[in-house]
Design a protein around this ligand. Structure first.
Ligand SMILES: [Zn+2]
Ligand SMILES: [Zn+2]
Length: 77
């Protein structure tokens, strides 16, 4: 028996988990999205903390990188 969230499709094994998800995760609307991973948060400070802690080097690299000049011509026929 699984309990899928009707809002986002996440599936939980226990109804209590789904209930917690609905209340604390799915019910909230995180405004700030991490551009480097699926992390989202309601607080900008949390996003900054996340970026500094998790993507500190990567984040600076992304910001210093010019436009990715990878010419991947994927013209599927
Ligand atoms: Zn959900
Ligand atoms: Zn991230």
């Amino acid at each position: 028996m699984t309990y899928p969230c009707k809002n986002c499709g996440k599936v939980y094994s226990y109804y209590s988990s789904l209930a917690r998800h609905l209340k604390h995760e799915c019910g909230v609307e995180p405004k700030f999205h991490c551009p480097l991973c699926p992390y989202r948060t309601k607080h900008k400070s949390s996003l900054n903390t996340h970026l500094n802690g998790r993507h500190m080097k990567l984040w600076s690299e992304v910001h210093t990188l010019p436009n990715g000049n990878k010419t991947s011509s994927s013209d599927g026929n």
